[in-house]
Design a protein around this ligand. Structure first.
Ligand SMILES: Cc1ncc(COP(=O)(O)O)c(C=O)c1O
Length: 386
């Protein structure tokens, strides 16, 4: 049986939303993007939002707007996708890789606060797999760890967590900025895309510029009033805007995202129940968290992960690895050789983990098949390994 890792749920209505942008003379960032930004502000209860061409470019524009650069340190968990740290490296700042909780696999407020130094400029908590870090506690711990005149920014990595909450609070409630991904496999997708939300007007206005080369006027504004308007460049930026062509795919998904969560929860719960009596390791649940259930990751015995992937693939099941810990990768291992020892929980999980197929619409028989292959082929492999 062939089981896909992911399938999008876009429909003919989404295709006609794109077609109507094609019918207009304006293809890049314009009125459709503005409408989606307003929709995001309403959804998250934040005053400002910017659509971006990806999580990566949006987060890079945001760190630029925060003034992160050489001499600064940014704290990032070692269990995440490379993008969370690459944006720090690209700006010439130092990534301070920290460990995660061995149960939830999330960076904790205590771990982050312990890594604060007088050079710390920002922290990037990652809501891994859809579960949120306790953001209120993180804010408080960082405030306590900071020197009297030290401002420590928080940029939330919400690539896995659009619809999740912690203590009823959505992303963006306690941070300076929260960055989302609309990449092909995400819970809300337009193929490639992202967004950043902000509480403070000043940071938003700077990011509005760093999203577009540092220019003081958008494409629409340059032609406002039916004539060409000059613009200035006051700071260095990147090109990180999202065109209306892709933005047109987002409104219907944002509108329905909360209604689609129960199906993701039910699929995750079923994996959990069915695997609970096996030696397969499951991430712990973070207290008070409403999980966005973006990925369902399991842990198998360390030495047999690659063989397990082979057996799953051989049975027709598509899986991924999210993630090998950053110090395991050559660039980060070479650059920060002491990080691996400092991050044992992330390193161990990164050698065990496999992500299983999960998407709304995953047929019941397909999930049953995945579970049966795990029980019949992977569990015996694990006991041999011990
Ligand atoms: C945790 C995490 N952060 C950042 C990103 C980067 O997102 P994008 O591909 O939109 O740049 C991803 C993408 O998969 C991710 O999983």
């Amino acid at each position: 049986m062939k089981v896909d890792f992911y399938r999008h749920g876009l429909t003919a209505a989404d295709a006609s939303a794109v077609a109507s942008v094609l019918d207009s003379p304006f293809l890049t960032t314009g009125s459709v993007s503005r409408q989606v930004e307003t929709q995001l502000c309403d959804y998250f209860g934040t005053p400002h939002a910017l659509l971006t061409s990806s999580w990566t470019n949006g987060a890079l524009a945001t760190l630029l707007a925060m003034g992160v650069g050489p001499g600064d340190e940014v704290i990032v968990p070692a269990m995440t996708f490379i993008a969370s740290a690459n944006i720090v490296e690209l700006l010439g700042a130092k990534t301070v890789l920290v460990d995660v909780d061995p149960g939830t696999l999330l960076m904790t407020p205590e771990i982050a606060a312990a890594a604060v130094s007088s050079h710390t400029k920002a922290v990037i908590p990652v809501h891994l797999y859809g579960q949120m870090v306790d953001m209120a506690a993180l804010r408080q711990n960082l405030d306590e760890a900071a020197a009297p005149n030290q401002k420590i920014y928080i940029l939330e990595d919400c690539a896995h967590c659009f619809e999740g909450r912690f203590d009823g609070c959505r992303p963006g409630t306690y941070s300076d900025a929260a960055s989302f991904s609309f990449y092909a496999t995400k819970n809300v997708t337009c193929g490639e895309g992202g967004a950043v939300i902000f509480r403070e007007a000043g940071l938003y206005e700077r990011a509005l510029e760093t999203r577009m080369h540092g220019m003081t006027a958008s494409a629409v504004d340059r032609f406002k009033g039916g004539r060409y308007n000059h613009w200035d460049m006051t700071r260095l930026g990147v090109k990180a805007n999202l065109p209306d062509l892709l933005a047109a795919l987002l409104p219907s998904q944002i509108e329905t995202i909360d209604g689609r969560l129960p199906e993701r929860q039910a699929l995750s719960e079923r994996y959990r129940e069915q695997l609970s009596d096996t030696p397969i390791r499951l991430p712990g649940r973070s207290v008070n968290s409403l999980d966005a259930c973006h990925l369902f990751a399991i842990g198998v015995a360390e030495g047999c992960r690659d063989r397990a992937i082979f057996l799953l693939n051989d049975a027709g099941i598509s899986v991924t690895v999210n993630y090998r810990a950053l110090p395991e990768l050559r660039y980060y291992g070479d650059r920060y050789p002491e990080a691996a020892e400092r991050c044992p929980a992330a390193m161990a999980w990164g050698r065990q983990t496999i992500s299983l197929p999960l998407y709304p619409g995953l047929p019941r028989e397909a999930q049953d098949f995945v579970i049966s292959v795990l029980k019949e082929k992977i569990v015996p492999l694990m006991s041999k390994e011990r």
